[in-house]
Design a protein around this ligand. Structure first.
Ligand code: SF4
Length: 417
């Protein structure tokens, strides 16, 4: 084992109460156990322990907001730095693949059962649900609108954070559990829920919610204004060379957009965020990396309107102050009167959150007040045969939470069919 990994492994206290696992990790991965296996250089055992709760260790190890999840609850973090749990998880995945082990080696072989489940959408929630069903012998078919699986993992997260090879290896491992895939099959376009309902014992809906929310400001429809989610998902970037770009938003999608655009040669990329840096939902590491790479930040600023003749030419910004409003848990930004100013800009990227696609309203399933599919504690929708998870069902927006919804839905499907 390389010295750096050895030091990280030995730094873990193997706590009996394991807050990293029980409090921090949405998937409740058996963190101290896999670290102890790593310590003994039992790499496959470490991977097997992880695979009891997750089929995405190579992904989550790299892109989870660890400081808010497992590492945020690590006992070592109380007085110093937490254990580098994410790095160790990613290391385990990489190491076992290097040694030639695969996910199917972790599970007992079972006979195929006479039960069929359709999984609509092959992102983190769908892949996890499919895997946890297939390993129990359920006949699973994934319906995927693209000609590749992985959803946002494939193109929604830049390669510098999550190499495509890791996603491809993860997907291949999952499919090797014996899962059928129907590519280029989009719900609402190529088939309806009714078309397939009779064919399957249950359906798991995990088609995501990747339509960028709008600000509702003047000029938002001008050419050169993009939605952050779509920009990353479809990878349809304009030529940024020599141009000034503004990205508005404070989450990891905003950081991914800003860093990607910066790497694509923009003259200047500025993240406009209406609150202060401390309130940014993006991970500290992502913010720091963006700064190091040259991305600029305009905290406590907000877009008032976008100006231009057909295409974006300028943006009007206003400065904000933060006030504590009654009933609000965090400080709210309030515009400072007469602090407006205009700057030249060629492109604006809205990275302010996302919502489900329009056709979700027509699926005949109950929605919650945010327009997500309403699910109960079993991830069941208003149609007892249909379950839903991931962003579509309004899960907390991280890969681990999406994966958890897929895994728990699979358990309930197994119990109910
Ligand atoms: Fe190890 Fe930290 Fe978990 Fe304790 S809380 S078992 S030190 S990773």
């Amino acid at each position: 084992m390389i010295k750096e990994v050895e030091e990280k492994v030995n730094y873990c206290l193997n706590c009996k109460v394991k807050p990293c696992s029980l409090k921090g990790c949405p998937l409740n991965n058996h963190i101290p156990d896999f670290i102890q296996a790593l310590k003994k250089e039992e790499y496959f055992e470490a991977y097997k322990i992880l695979s009891e709760t997750t089929v995405l260790p190579g992904v989550c190890g790299r892109i989870c907001p660890h400081e808010k999840q497992c590492q945020g609850s690590c006992v070592r973090g109380i007085k110093g730095e937490p254990v580098s749990i994410g790095e160790l998880e990613a290391y385990t995945f990489d190491k076992v693949h290097e040694l030639g082990y695969h996910l199917s080696d972790c599970y007992e072989k079972v006979e195929k059962k006479d039960k069929k489940v359709a999984v609509l959408g092959g992102g983190p929630a769908g892949l996890t649900c499919a895997a946890f069903l297939a390993k129990e012998g359920i006949q699973v078919t994934i319906y995927e609108k693209y000609d590749y699986l992985g959803g946002l993992l494939m193109f929604g997260i830049p390669n510098f954070r999550l190499p495509k090879e890791i996603v491809e290896n993860t997907v291949k491992d999952i499919l090797d559990l014996g899962i059928e895939v129907k590519y280029q099959q989009e719900l609402g376009k190529d088939f309806t829920l009714k078309d397939i309902e009779k064919e399957y014992d249950a359906i798991f809906l995990s088609i995501g919610a990747n339509c960028s929310s709008k600000m509702g400001v003047e000029g938002e429809d001008l050419k050169g204004v993009y939605g952050g989610n779509e920009l990353l998902e479809y990878n349809l970037h304009p030529n940024y060379k020599g141009k000034k770009v503004i990205v508005t938003g404070g989450g990891n999608v905003a950081m991914d957009c800003a860093r990607t655009i910066n790497r694509l040669g923009a003259k200047e990329v500025t993240v406009v965020y209406r609150r202060a840096e401390e309130q940014m939902p993006a991970e500290k590491k992502e913010i720091q990396d963006a700064k190091t790479e040259g991305v600029k930040f305009a905290f406590q600023n907000n877009i008032v309107k976008i100006l231009g003749n057909e295409k974006v030419e300028k943006v009007e910004l206003i400065k904000t102050k933060l006030v504590q409003k009654e009933g609000e848990s965090r400080l709210s930004p309030v515009n400072i009167e007469n602090s407006n100013y205009q700057v030249d800009v060629a492109y604006i990227v809205m990275a302010l959150g996302s919502k489900p696609q329009e056709y979700v309203k027509d699926l005949g399933l109950e929605l919650n007040k945010w327009g997500n599919i309403q699910v109960d504690e079993e991830y069941k929708t208003s149609n007892p045969k249909v379950y839903a998870g991931g962003d579509l069902a309004g899960m907390k927006g991280t890969v681990a939470w999406a994966a958890k919804s897929g895994r728990e839905a699979a358990k309930n499907i197994l119990k109910n069919i």
